[in-house]
Design a protein around this ligand. Structure first.
Ligand code: ADP
Ligand code: ZN
Ligand code: ZN
Length: 807
């Protein structure tokens, strides 16, 4: 029988799939989306079959060694999605697949060779060595061991035996980190639908009724530990079990640290505005998309929850994307509060084994709601009904390394294929989303008011050029107005938040006599001074060096520490408000696994009066006792050479302002700036989201930037500045020739020019921008460019399609 051939994508930076022969008698036949064990040079790797019945290759093809699973790991729609991502972002297909699947599925630690009849081993060559190995071990010999003890001759022999059907290579299932744990799960067996029934049944047992209703709210099923965390009486639950209303079962427990966190029950009945929004979402056609534009505090979460309840009731599953999951424990808690153990939380703190467990639970359908950051867009949810993207404007939805996908774009591509809906939710929608609404591709659903008709907090803009500063504030720009607002909140026993989007103590060190500024030896950025312990640090590559005792240029003994970061603000506030309990939240205080939660929990419990932080404190937090929000310096990112800097600043200001006045106490916001008339500041001060979007969209018409054009950033980098410049110039010439040869394609080439950050981690960086009116043209072009562009001589080309930053 002649061999069939399959195309296999390997988890390597290869543009192409490789062709392998499938021996006629291989146990299990590979299907598209299935894992296969294949030889690659002198080792075995796990790849994914992307296509069957390929043409025979020109030369001899090596053979598939094993098909480890009965079922493909990727179903047809997900495999098609992988193909889309690879094409759209010009990414190596195998790297796309690696990003979609839990790492243990690519681990080749496990393949073992099994042989029924040792008599087939040849007497010469590697035969005796292999016989020895097989004789020593029951249950197969790991290929790793074959290589170590019998070398490539041994492996070749195995491959030959496999091809002849005399041996099998099997892959053991990935080992998950810890032994299985079991837990008690409680389940309603009886529904008491009418109020009357409940009253009769629980007339003299109000705690049983509470327990019953808690379980009902959790979707009729919950772990005992979860109910305990909610404060449900164990005695009442026992009574319910005894009465036959509830059943207790022991189940395998999925190791999910989020399970330990308390859940929150839904806040109550939806308001009329929420009811309308839910109805609008339910009216979406399959494959349809909506932009849920709700001001901060308008109750978007309950809309997602109620909508998804309907999706689940139809027997479908859902994906909920959140920006950075460790920053959004409240959102996760609310989803768990409604969907209980239907929810699989995917997050960066999971071990590989835990990730695999969650993946399997979703795939098998034991959990139907996946919540997680951008990579959760690939969660293997069967019968996908909806993808919700919360805070859809957030930059964390774009992956910063290959494959450089944008989860919002992938969500739309996936939903369109699956007939699922997409709900993009934000108080500050991305310009791309506004444009999609204008085009009619996305339906606008608005929640224009806060819950309880609470007003949005008034925003006061303080002009730092003229405003009187508080005495003794040193380098910290701290106006009397901001001081009075914070002091007032503290006196009244309320909470305040202070944002400065810059960490560290001082942002740079400069010599007062010659002007020398301390920069990173590997990156073209200044070093930030951190105070405890005192050290200069690079925020790009984490280079560290001791603070200078004197100037390396002129020897001056004093150095000036300039530019204020969160550490300095915190230190100043501790002096200024000695009795206040202050917490700081930035990358430096949230390194440990659960530190975000500890800080946010403390704020929630009222153990923190004043929270200082970077953009981390602006993300979706809902603390009703926060009445004052102060922005120390709104201009931090306003003048970065990036077409999105105004949008970013507007989003940040609007979002952080939205943390104030979410409860009955009301609230106010003070924004300090030197550019009070900048549209990003002035629109944020009026909560004028639509007005800002209109102004910003107009701004980006000429010269055109996204969303009016599709954009790709081609970054050339390398260790030698000259080589990088040369390669970029050549690339620019080549691209221009390409664009001019096909003027009808409407592609514009900008640059080359040095990147705004010219050097990172020792690599010099130049870039060229490609703009196209038509996104499909750009897809074809970036693929061609990444395959053919003449970038050589120690330089490397990175293609960043739909970049979120041009720095
Ligand atoms: P957003 O995400 O739009 O900023 P949230 O979803 O965080 O708003 O809701 C803001 C607050 O209003 C939360 O404390 C939430 O519990 C509460 N809330 C939402 N919907 C309702 C409702 N229908 N009734 C009462 N409270 C609600
Ligand atoms: Zn000097
Ligand atoms: Zn550096």
């Amino acid at each position: 029988m002649s061999d069939a051939f399959v195309a296999v994508a390997l988890p390597l930076a290869l543009r192409q799939t490789l062709t392998y022969a499938v021996p006629g008698d291989l146990a299990g036949s590979p299907r598209p989306g299935a894992r296969v064990v294949v030889p690659v040079r002198q080792r075995e790797m796990i790849g994914i079959v992307t296509a069957l019945d390929g043409p025979a290759p020109a030369g001899p093809a090596r053979s598939v060694i094993a098909v480890p699973d009965a079922e493909p790991v990727l179903d047809e729609p997900l495999l098609a999605l992988a193909g889309h991502v690879a094409r759209y972002y010009a990414a190596p297909p195998g790297l796309v697949l690696r990003a979609m699947l839990p790492p243990p599925l690519f681990s080749v630690g496990q393949p073992v060779v099994e042989l029924d009849d040792p008599g087939v081993l040849p007497a010469g060559g590697a035969g005796p060595a292999l016989a020895r190995l097989l004789g020593r071990r029951a249950g197969g010999v790991p290929l790793r061991l074959v290589r170590r003890e019998a070398g490539s001759a041994g492996l070749n022999l195995v491959h030959r035996l496999v091809a002849e059907g005399a041996a099998r290579v099997v892959t053991l299932p990935p080992r998950t980190a810890a032994p299985e744990q079991r837990e008690r799960v409680l389940e309603l067996t009886e529904r008491l639908d009418s109020l009357l029934e409940r009253e009769r049944r629980f007339a003299r047992a109000p705690r049983q009724r509470q327990a019953y209703e808690a379980l009902e709210q959790l979707g009729g099923r919950a772990a005992a530990s979860q109910l305990d965390a909610l404060g449900v009486s164990a005695a009442a639950l026992r009574a319910l079990v005894a009465g036959g209303v509830v059943r207790a079962v022991e189940e395998r427990r999925i190791r999910d640290p989020f399970a330990e966190l308390p859940v929150s029950l839904p806040p109550g009945e939806p308001t009329p505005a929420q009811v309308d929004a839910i109805a609008a979402l339910r009216g979406l056609p399959p494959g349809g998309a909506a932009l849920l534009w709700g001001v901060t505090g308008s109750g978007k979460t309950l809309v997602y929850l109620e909508y998804l309840r309907h999706v689940l009731a139809e027997g479908r599953g859902a994906i909920v994307l959140v920006p950075e999951i460790s920053l959004t424990p409240q959102t996760v808690a609310r989803f768990r509060g409604v969907f209980g153990d239907q929810v699989a939380v995917l997050h960066s703190a999971l071990s590989d084994g835990e990730r695999y467990d969650a993946w399997r639970a979703l795939r098998e359908g034991t959990r139907r709601v996946a919540i997680g950051p951008r990579s959760a867009v690939f969660a293997p949810v069967p019968r996908l009904g909806a993808i919700v993207v919360d805070e859809e404007h957030d930059t964390s939805y774009k992956q910063g390394e290959t494959p450089r996908y944008h989860a919002v774009e992938v969500a739309q591509a996936r939903a369109a294929r699956a007939g699922a809906t997409v709900v993009l939710g934000s108080a500050t929608p991305a310009m791309e989303s506004w444009a999609a609404v204008e085009r009619g591709a996305v339906r606008l659903v608005a929640l224009p008011e806060r819950i309880g008709s609470r007003p949005l907090p008034p925003v006061e803009v303080v002009d730092l050029r003229t405003a009187p500063l508080t005495e003794g504030s040193g380098g910290v720009p701290w106006s009397e107005a901001l001081d009075a607002a914070v002091a007032g909140a503290l006196e009244r026993g309320e909470q305040a938040m202070v944002l400065l989007n810059r960490r560290g103590f001082s942002t740079f060190v400069q010599c007062p006599s010659c002007g020398e500024v301390w920069t990173c030896p590997a990156c073209s950025i200044t070093l930030t001074f951190h105070q405890v312990p005192p050290v200069l640090r690079c925020h790009h590559c984490d280079h560290r060096e001791p603070p200078p005792a004197s100037c390396r240029q002129c020897g001056s003994a004093t150095q000036r520490y300039r530019g204020v970061g969160t550490q300095q603000v915190e230190a100043f506030l501790a002096r200024r408000f000695p009795r206040a309990r202050i917490a700081r939240m930035d990358v430096d205080t949230t390194g440990a696994k659960w530190s975000h939660h500890r800080i946010l929990d403390a704020v929630g419990r009222g153990e923190v009066d004043l929270l200082v932080g970077t953009q981390m404190i602006a993300k979706g937090l809902d603390f009703p006792r926060v009445t004052v929000v102060g922005v120390v310096d709104a201009d931090v990112a306003l003048n970065l050479p990036d077409f999105r800097s105004a949008e970013r600043t507007f989003d940040l200001l609007t979002q952080v302002a939205g943390r104030a006045g979410r409860g009955p106490l009301g609230g106010r916001v003070i924004v300090q700036t030197r550019q009070a008339r900048h549209p990003a500041v002035s629109h944020a001060a009026r909560h004028d989201v639509r007005g800002f979007a209109l102004a910003e969209l107009a701004e980006r018409r000429e010269p055109p930037y996204p969303p009016h054009v599709a954009l790709a950033n081609l970054v050339v980098s390398g260790p030698r500045e000259e080589a990088v410049a040369d390669a970029s110039v050549r690339l620019g010439v080549w691209l221009r020739a390409l664009a001019e040869a096909r003027p009808e394609a409407g592609v514009a080439v900008l640059g080359p020019a040095p990147c705004p950050i010219e050097r990172i981690r020792g690599r010099w960086r130049w870039h060229v921008l490609l703009k196209a009116r038509d996104a499909a043209r750009l897809t074809r072009l970036v693929r061609y460019v990444s395959a053919r562009a003449p970038v050589a001589g120690g330089a490397r080309l990175v293609v960043d399609r739909d970049p979120v930053s041009l720095l």
